[in-house]
Ligand binder design. Structure first.
Ligand code: PMV
Length: 364
């Protein structure tokens, strides 16, 4: 068993012997999505990442989750109702139910608790923005908060535990519990980094403050190959080992670049990571492609604009067709004008979501 997990299991054993000080209540947490600059792609059992990743926490794309809870020692498995924007969602209720079973070993009180969970996203439903990071982190933060209320304990490692539990729900969610920038996965580039939870990235240069992310919705709706299938295909990808080494090399460069304020190298690394992620999809067996013609068109236009204008703007991609246009505050005016003129017409229903680096989750 890994070190932090061992600590949580010991804590759980203590909780099993305790009676809750309070039995009923409600908590509400708002947690953001994040976009990876160095990508996590490939994993081992228990959501242990094959390489470390580095992300930017968003500000506007958030999930807000309210959890009403009632502890009742006579029930022996968690009772759960779940709604999303006021509508009951059986598929997500089942996913949460399985998730609660997985983390019960760290939170033994879960099985004696009734939950009513209400969730909302600020970003349009099925806009193509990954919502599992914001959804799973909002839920994990809420559960950690409930544990403190039930047992009147102040958890010193509150965010670390929330990150650990978020990871069990969705790997990338581990990084959403901190503002600005996060690192998840053991890497020589970052002291205190861990495969078990994310940590806030070390100091960054002032030029990176308020980093912008305008998301071009090239295609909304469900992808034909899910992220979990993609991670799984890395097990047989012939380039996987090289990819994991390249990601670690990028982590080492990126951490320096962010501290020194080298925006050009930041963009080079970010674009290399985005294209490498999609190269892994194409070289998997079976190979697949999530980029669409307008994804490629946007990439060419961004690179051409950068060359002609000399502005620090670049792109990154998630496991999908949408393009994240990343740029610095000092160029925001010119870049947004370029997005309006050249990139918005490439988007489905001309949909662009302007976001920026955010301060992380908030208790409401
Ligand atoms: O957290 P998951 O299992 O949905 O995987 C996310 C993978 C990428 O978004 C493609 C990369 C990342 O690091 O967020």
């Amino acid at each position: 068993m890994r070190k932090f997990e061992e600590k949580l299991v010991k804590q759980a054993a203590e909780l099993r012997t305790m009676q809750p000080a309070k039995r009923k209540g409600s908590v509400k947490w708002e947690s953001p999505s994040n976009i990876a600059i160095v990508k996590y792609w490939g994993k081992y059992p228990s959501q242990i990442p094959a390489n470390a990743s580095f992300s930017l926490t968003l500000s506007e794309a958030v999930t807000s989750t309210e959890i009403e809870f009632e502890y009742d020692s006579s029930i022996v498995e968690p009772e759960l109702s779940y709604s999303f924007h006021g509508e009951e969602k059986e598929d997500f209720r089942m996913r949460i139910s399985r998730y609660l079973e997985t983390i019960e070993v760290y939170m033994p009180w879960l099985k004696h608790t009734k939950f009513t969970i209400r969730s909302e996203n600020t970003f349009p439903h099925s806009s193509g923005i990954a919502s599992s990071a914001s959804a799973m982190s909002a839920l994990a933060l809420g559960l950690c908060d409930i544990e403190q209320i039930l047992f009147r304990q102040k958890e010193t490692d509150f965010y670390r535990k929330a990150s650990f539990l978020s990871r069990m729900g969705s790997g990338s969610a581990a990084r959403s519990v901190y503002g600005k920038m996060s690192v998840w996965g053991l890497t020589a580039s970052c002291k205190d980094s861990s495969d078990e939870y994310a940590i806030p990235a070390a100091k960054m240069h002032p030029d990176f403050e308020n980093l912008r992310d305008s998301i071009l919705i090239i295609e909304s709706g469900k992808k034909h190959v899910s992220s979990s299938m993609g991670h799984n295909l890395m097990k047989t990808n012939p380039y996987a080992k090289l990819r994991f080494e390249a990601a670690e090399a990028n982590m080492q460069k990126l951490c320096n670049v962010v501290q020194e304020g080298d925006t050009g190298t930041f963009i080079d690394i970010m674009e290399n990571e985005a294209l490498s992620l999609h190269a892994m999809m194409m070289t998997s067996n079976p190979g697949y492609m999530l980029m669409k013609p307008n994804t490629v068109a946007a990439i060419h236009k961004i690179r051409q604009f950068r060359e002609e204008s000399g502005k620090s703007v670049g792109f990154t991609l998630d496991a999908g067709a949408n393009v994240h246009v990343i740029y610095f505050e000092k160029h925001a005016g010119e870049v947004q004008q370029f997005i309006e003129n050249e990139l918005r017409p490439l988007c489905e229903n001309e949909n662009v979501i302007h976001d920026r680096m955010g301060d992380g989750p908030r208790k409401k």
